[in-house]
Design a protein around this ligand. Sequence first.
Ligand code: GLA
Length: 675
Amino acid sequence: MIPAGTPLTSPLGLGTDGLVFGCDYNPEQWDKQVWHDDVRLMREAGVNLVAINVFGWSHIEPRRGDFHFDDLDEIIALLAANGIGVNLGTGTSSPPPWLTTLHPEILPQVGDGTTRWPGGRQAWCPSSPMFREHALALAEATALRYGQNAAVKLWHVSNELGCHNALCYCDVSAAAFRGWLERRYVSIEALNEAWGTAFWSQHYAEWAEILPPRDTLSFINPSQQLDFFRFSSDELLDYYRAEAEVIRAVSAIPVTTNFMVTAHIKTQDYWSWAPEMDVVANDHYLDHRLGVPHRELSFSADATRGLAGGRPWLLMEHSTSAVNWQPQNHAKAPGEMMRNSLTHVARGADGVCFFQWRASLRGTEKFHSALLPHSGTDSRVWREVVELGSLMHRLGELAGSVVRSDIALVFSWEAWWATDQDAHPSSELRYLEQVHLAYEGLLAIGATVDIVAPGADLSGYRLVVVPCLYLVSDADAQVITDFVAGGGHAVISFFSGIVDEHDSVRPGSYPGAFRDVAGISTEEFYPLDRAETIRLSGGATAGLWSELLHLRGAEATARYVDGPLTGMPAVTRNEYGTGVARYLATMLDPASLAEELARAASEAGASSLAPVADGIEIVRRSGTEHDYVFVINHTDAETPHPFSGHDLVSEADIAPGGTVAPGGVQIIRQTKEAS
Ligand code: GLA
């Protein structure tokens, strides 16, 4: 949490005034006459930061050691002459054909031992020394050439590291995995203990016997799998560090890479990555495979703010309209791009950028939307882009303002890896779904939430929500227990606290690490079929999960009125120290979950709540002199709200008793309340 009184400094450190409005640009796909048109139109749209050279390798170094920077020189100069800053890719994200031809050993292998070939992108093994040698040579040559160039505002290392190649199972990776394990466990016996290799005759006598978790006939060792996720995340982070180091040796320009805090990629533990970034940047695309995609957008934005430690961050990519990589690629409705963009800003982004500037004519992304679509400037997308660009400039005063909350939600990539493994009580329990449900319950009650790592300092919060934290270390669980003991309130949901960091079950009753603070003990899990619904006293319905739970100091606030555990406690409340821990032993229906969260927030005295109508998001950013209340209407009805002040979007004053238009957004400037 950003404490009140933290000086609000120049937000992203990119030397730009106000907010960033930008895009990826791939000039190598276009004739040079087009570049001039592009830059003219970028100015018309108000673009002030352009990411180039993200996939530049084969263009800059078409043959080994044969560097050609002329085109890059030219485009950087052209952008600079037009007052547009450069977010300069190191160009290393996809190896050129000459490299994979000379060194096929850099190609990655998947779990069945087969190779993934060039022809797509990111076809490289994260542990390959040969890949690293060539990539660092390119990064160094690029950094030497542009490290002092005033047009370059940001270094963009590689691209979405781990998007496709996070998990490589080749022999080079196997050796690197063994090295990582030796450093972690020091002795082979410590590894045997941690991995529980007494089971199924898996005991290792030598490090050399250990392999990555390649495809097996049966379930694979879960601790081996978990450590492989950790190793793989660390390996790419180490790769990032190597590129950043090469750049920092010759350039003082900030360095970053674009994260993917998203529902469909779970391979990077960004809590460990974030401290290495000069600017935290995220890519986010609406995922229409999810129920309500814009809620996941809000979660991603809040999580990115969490990764940035509450400071402003940069949305490096999103889309003006459809993407090309989902089964059905939905065009955005009129106004939706504006709502999406401003939701990121509301939740702490000091800039929004898009993939990409001009829609490609060739390649697999030719049907991906862009700022400049195939249909050109006589298009709805272009008109909305120009409108958004002009608004982003008017919103400059928001830069550096922050979002504050006294409600935290604990989110853990490690728990995600561990929870979603096979051979658990229910394959229907999916970690991220439960996190999203808890988050959506908080959205429904108008709460602004900080997403925090396990073990994060909770002082300053009144309520912490802990959804399905199956894997948690003793130390991180203790932080939550201490928080409650000291007067904080917690809502902990089923299948939390079960295993330690090695995926070893805590002996005794469930929920292991949280049984004392919750004042309960669970004897056995009773998962339910997806279609099954059970009823609780008080009128709630529930599904997915139930537990044979005994009260050990807690009171039951709801019990099962049908199903296999009729009469047993389903929701509990325990006073512990001077605080309160609630435990949800089942998956409440969304309305009942929201009610339970509202009860907890109110009892905790949480203040980061706003009155909301269904489908309206309210978020407040606080600046030095003003607060900015974002009112985002996802419904198609004009909706009243209680906020008044000057609306920076319409540039009109909103009187008390105002409304927000269907699908509209208002950013209402208010004079700061004296604190
Ligand atoms: C990612 C990549 C981009 C592009 C977009 C398409 O975010 O970084 O290069 O492929 O996806 O949505």
